[in-house]
Write a protein that binds this ligand. Structure first.
Ligand SMILES: NC(=O)c1ccc[n+]([C@@H]2O[C@H](COP(=O)([O-])OP(=O)(O)OC[C@H]3O[C@@H](n4cnc5c(N)ncnc54)[C@H](OP(=O)(O)O)[C@@H]3O)[C@@H](O)[C@H]2O)c1
Length: 330
């Protein structure tokens, strides 16, 4: 990637998100945190903070480790539910620019599902247009019609999205869990997928059991500043069992922005690089040591740049995260 383009895009994000020029200047000067310092909320072994890259000057997105292998994953992903469910046979300029910026800014994990209508097909088409394949492909299997139906669905997802093999395959909302998980385990052994996982929004007891007993690499669960139930048992269990955590619905499907309407971002949050409420919400999640990668969805290029900037600079420590919750509740 060209450093100058990445710098321009993150600069554009700052310009769109920062309320005053002095804050823009401070964001540009935000230093890379010292290893193990307060910014290294997840511990220097588990993450690489975003900041200046080796070329100097350009702002690189931070990465977190996938516990199962130690592989580093860029810490902001891209969701595709609703926002990418549009006709792929037509020109989709907004989604094309979202995808282009995501990859140019160092993003890698794209999450989709056969449940999301035309999203997988659109992803495949946009990636072809951009001539990009260097990403972390994640999708889901979503059928209760048995093993063969699951296999057919995953093959179709592969045809639509275009990877040689999926990096991550997840059982969507635990649907057809027993049969589909058995296939994912076999496919992982055969090298047909790299990681396996499940997604779920309600049945946390099953997710907890699976993490302890079934060798999951990833889970995907809803977590946000306003909805923190997973902090009780799910996130500690993920940490204890070395399971990576993707965060769905980081903005509660957009509703969480209402809670901050008309409010200024406090100075103390700007000090760790929050220059928009989206960055405030995403940095809160990333500051949790169990969280690997939130996957916000957007159909707007300037929102994409805004979200990616949450992966730059240091992350809030435990005290700062408590302060963020208190601000929401005040
Ligand atoms: N059971 C499951 O497996 C499951 C369930 C739900 C979600 N997911 C996954 O998680 C992903 C994320 O969840 P989600 O799409 O439901 O909700 P979300 O990411 O919490 O919110 C998306 C909404 O936020 C808006 N938005 C994004 N960035 C913004 C910004 N910087 N400023 C203001 N508004 C912004 C988007 O509108 P604009 O388009 O206007 O930017 C969109 O309406 C999904 O796309 C999907 O991949 C999985």
């Amino acid at each position: 990637m060209q450093a100058s383009r990445r710098q321009f895009l993150l600069g554009a994000a700052a310009a769109g998100a920062i309320t005053t020029p002095s804050l823009a200047a401070r964001a540009a000067a935000d230093p890379q945190p010292p290893a193990g310092g307060p910014g290294a909320a997840v511990g220097s072994q588990d993450s690489v903070a975003g900041g200046q890259d080796a070329a100097g000057g350009a702002r690189a997105i931070g990465r977190k480790r996938i516990p199962a292998t130690g592989e580093l994953l860029p810490m902001i992903g891209l969701g595709t539910s609703r926002t990418f469910n549009v006709d792929p046979s037509k020109e989709q300029a907004a989604q094309l620019e979202v995808m282009r910026r995501f990859l140019d800014l160092g993003g890698s994990l794209i999450d989709s599902s056969p449940m999301y209508g035309q999203a997988e097909a659109l992803c495949g088409k946009l990636l072809q247009q951009l001539e990009r394949k260097d990403l972390f492909y994640a999708t889901k299997v979503w059928t209760d019609k048995g093993r063969e139906a699951g296999i057919a669905q995953m093959k179709e997802s592969q045809r639509l999205m275009g990877p040689e093999r999926f990096d991550l395959m997840q059982v969507h909302n635990l649907t057809g869990l027993k049969e589909q998980l058995a296939t994912l385990k076999a496919w992982k052994v055969e090298g047909r997928i790299r990681y396996l996982g499940v997604t779920e929004m309600r049945d946390y007891a099953t997710v907890e059991k699976l993490m302890k007993e079934d060798g999951l690499d990833f889970i995907q669960i809803p977590y946000s500043l306003g909805s923190r139930k997973v902090e009780e048992r799910i996130l500690p269990t993920a940490l204890d069992n070395g399971v990576a955590v993707l965060v769905m619905r980081p903005f509660e499907a957009g509703r969480l922005f209402k809670a901050f309407e008309g409010r200024e971002i406090p100075q103390w949050a700007q000090e760790f690089g929050c220059h928009s409420w989206a960055q405030f919400m995403l940095k809160f999640l990333l500051g949790h040591p169990a969280v690997t990668c939130p996957i916000p969805a957007t159909s707007k290029p300037h929102h994409l740049s805004d979200n990616m900037a949450a992966g730059v600079g240091r992350l809030p420590n435990a005290d700062e995260r408590q302060r963020m919750v208190a601000l929401l509740e005040s």
